[in-house]
Structures are given as structure tokens and as C-alpha cells.
Design a protein around this ligand. Sequence first.
Ligand code: URA
Length: 271
Amino acid sequence: MQLDASNLRRQISALTAWWEGAGVDIDQRQIDRMLQALQSNQTPETPTTAPAAEAPKLKSSKGIAQAKAFAERATTLETLRDAILQFDGCELKEGANKTVFADGVADADVMVIGEGPGRDEDREGLPFVGRAGQLLDRMLAAIGLSRTENTYITNVNFWRPPGNRNPTENELALCRPFVDKHIALIKPKLIIVAGAVPAQSLLGATQGITRLRGQKFDLSIAGMEKAIPVYPIFHPAYLLRRPAEKAKAWADLLNILAALEALGCAPDKRP
Ligand code: URA
């Protein structure tokens, strides 16, 4: 059967536009190959989905030791940022446009930690600036938090992975010394982790976010006197795809607000 090429291309374009909107890199050459194969009734030679993630590399103990040494020397946010900029031990950096360090208020009581930069963050060099970031801002505002007044925002990984795949265990391990130092420098009273990747990475948990959300965990960080309470929440990108879950996210935010009140650091502008 001969397929109508222009109709097919239109349908494929609509689908790929949707994926691009969600932050996935689309390789136009793969689309062309798929189209050709469909027209000649063949199986495409290469996968037609978004580019596959590279196989995770083995844990690089040398890279981790170097990351630890770099992070240890940092004594301020500026020197930590410089250390991350100078660190070349994580291959993700080679494919990224920008190193995404942080945004927000340095003496904030609340620190939000996400997974890592997506397409928009990689372009702008700031965390959570795309659609998911805008939803995160609205969620925080609902309990009186904002990155311009009382909240600090960063990620567990500083470079956008190719095709927006999740960072591997090794990539997270390479970033971890910097993340720990980041927390020690900000000294937050409470940490919100957005999504399964930062929740599992920071807490060493294996459950999914559906299990982790709604609970409080304690995180001990070298250089900090007390363990910090950590509250996992659904990632805002997930909530954009599953708006029905927003009710649970709202319950989590109210729980976080109550925890801030109990800690004596509730935001001034409460809803
Ligand atoms: N998602 C994240 O987890 N972090 C960002 O900075 C942007 C999107």
C-alpha cells in the first residue's frame, strides 16, 4: 500500500511538536528515515523514538574524588559555582550549552532541589524557567514562597542530559559533592525535592515519588549541625501531564507550610 507522504509528514510533525514541547530533542533525520521506511513498507533501520540514552558509564571513582576535592575547597556560593564551572569530570557538561547552578535568595530558609536542567534551563542558565518551572513558581506562591523573596532553587545535576533523559547514577554521584556543599552553604531549614530523581538521589531511597511524597525525611549533611527535614513532592512536569494529581500536590504544600510554621520560619506573605 502506498502511503500519502504529505499527510504522514503532517501527522508526524504534530506528534514531534508535542514531544518538543515536552522538552524532548527530535532528530529530523530519524523522522525522514521513518517516513521513507513507511512509504516503502519496510521496518525503519534505526529506532524512531527520541535518541536513546547512552549506556550509563561505570562509576568513576577518580571523577568523584576530584568532585569532592573541588567541592571541599569552595567556601562561598561564588567559589562553589566556580568549582562546578571548572569541573570537567562529568560528560554531560560537554553536550550542554550552560551550567545551571541556582536561582533565588541565598539566605533562604527553604531550598527546592529538582532533577536537572531541561531545554529552557539549558538555554537560559537558570533552574526551573520552562513550563514546569512556571508551575513550580505558582505552587510555591500558593504557600507564600518565591525565588525572589525567600526561596533558593537548584538541582541535583547541573547539565542537561541529551534528549532530556534522566541523569545516570554515575552522573548524580559526580554532582553529589557539589550538591552537599551547596546545601551546607545555604543552610536551609527545610528542603523540598521535586520529583523521584532528586528524592531518590538525596535520600538514597528506592521507592517511587508516589510513595515518597507526603512524607518527611531527615537528611544529614557534612558541616551542618542538625539533620534537615526533606519533603518530596511531585515534579511539576508530572503535574502538567497529570493535572488530576494536583490535589495531592496541594496537600503536600499545606503540609510543608505547617512544617515551616512549626519550625518558626513560615513565610510572611501567607495565602
Ligand atoms: N526540571 C528540573 O527538575 N529542574 C529544572 O531546573 C528544570 C526542570
